[in-house]
Ligand binder design. Structure first.
Ligand SMILES: Cc1ncc(C[n+]2csc(CCOP(=O)(O)OP(=O)(O)O)c2C)c(N)n1
Ligand SMILES: [Mg+2]
Length: 303
């Protein structure tokens, strides 16, 4: 057949997340989901907030999930996970079942934060995973408190008065650490083995855990589907999104920078930052973003 690629290598199918979902080509979130759910394995119950991770995988009457999975509301996967854990304890299954609560950055950094805080405060043995694609992408790219400085979103459009988002990203890792969690980490799909290792580690630790996964969003960030992985690698190599792991509040591991990259190389792949490359004011904003990355490099000793 014309155009057929001979000997095309086949990626192994996910064994916990069925194909046929409606995530965009190159979606970072769905790659993260696959890696995390496959690592957690069949003895896992998932609660999921509203957002891309839910709407793309569970269009009634179908589901992509092979593990027990429940969606309730945008703000409460943590509370639902607490209820599931309580039921598992009564049934004597809590020791042998992973409970994972999942939300996007909007669900996590903003609307669900109070419920997550309560779950963490209660010390429950639940892993909370945030798919961080840095905006409310499912509803049309509105900014969240995970949106980085100067990004163009539909609620932070650049124009005469501003250069995109005027606020820096909320430091959710420090908020998690303030709850004295035994395990807190960031990861990204650009470093899949690191992500898998962090899921394994988190699930091996008793108590509440937080894993924040940087997931590029093809339409929301204005990237090419082929650039999803390289975008997430450049975020790490530029110091823009440090990969860190805290055990019992102590910084246990960082992903070192092996090929130091200016943040401009990361931002120029993304249309949400393209206005910064056009004016002297934009260039000044780029310098501020570089400063934030340099601070990460210094604070976490990344290079
Ligand atoms: C209480 C409530 N407010 C607003 C919405 C509409 N809503 C559904 S998903 C969503 C955005 C989700 O953003 P995020 O959590 O970052 O996930 P993403 O879609 O970006 O993966 C919004 C605003 C809702 N479902 N419920
Ligand atoms: Mg989001």
């Amino acid at each position: 057949m014309a155009g057929e690629i001979k000997n095309k290598p086949k990626a192994p199918l996910s064994y916990m997340l069925n194909p046929g979902h409606s995530a965009c080509a190159g979606c970072g979130m769905i790659i993260a989901a696959r890696l995390i759910l496959d690592t957690a394995g069949p003895k896992t119950i998932i609660t999921n907030a509203t957002g891309c991770s839910e709407v793309t995988t569970t269009q009634y009457p179908m589901t992509s999930y092979k593990q027990p999975w429940i969606h309730s509301l945008f703000e409460n996967p943590a509370s639902v996970a607490s209820g599931i854990l309580a039921a598992l304890k009564i049934k004597g299954l809590a020791e042998t079942t992973n409970v994972i609560a999942i939300g996007g950055d909007g669900a996590t950094f903003d609307i669900g934060l109070v419920h997550i805080s309560g779950m963490w405060e209660r010390g429950e043995n639940i892993l909370y995973v945030c798919y961080d694609n840095e905006a409310y992408q499912n509803t049309g790219y509105q900014s969240s408190s995970a949106t980085p400085l100067a990004a163009n979103t539909t609620t932070t459009p650049p124009g005469k008065e501003s250069l995109g988002s005027t606020l820096p990203k909320k430091d959710m890792i420090k908020i998690a650490l303030a709850h004295n969690l035994p395990y807190v980490a960031t990861a990204t799909i650009g470093y899949p083995l690191d992500l898998i290792a962090k899921v394994k580690k988190a699930l091996s630790i008793e108590g509440p855990k937080y894993l924040q996964v940087y997931c590029p969003c093809v339409p929301g960030w204005g990237i090419e589907p082929k650039d999803t992985l390289s975008t997430s690698q450049l975020a790490v190599q530029s110091g823009f999104y440090p990969l860190v792991e805290y055990i019992s509040g102590q910084l246990a591991k960082v992903q070192k920078i092996t090929k130091k990259t200016p943040v401009e190389d990361l931002l120029k792949l993304q249309k949400r930052f393209k206005h910064l490359f056009k004016t002297p004011q934009g260039k000044a904003e780029l310098a501020k973003i570089q400063e934030l990355a340099d601070k990460n490099i210094k604070d976490f000793n990344l290079s």
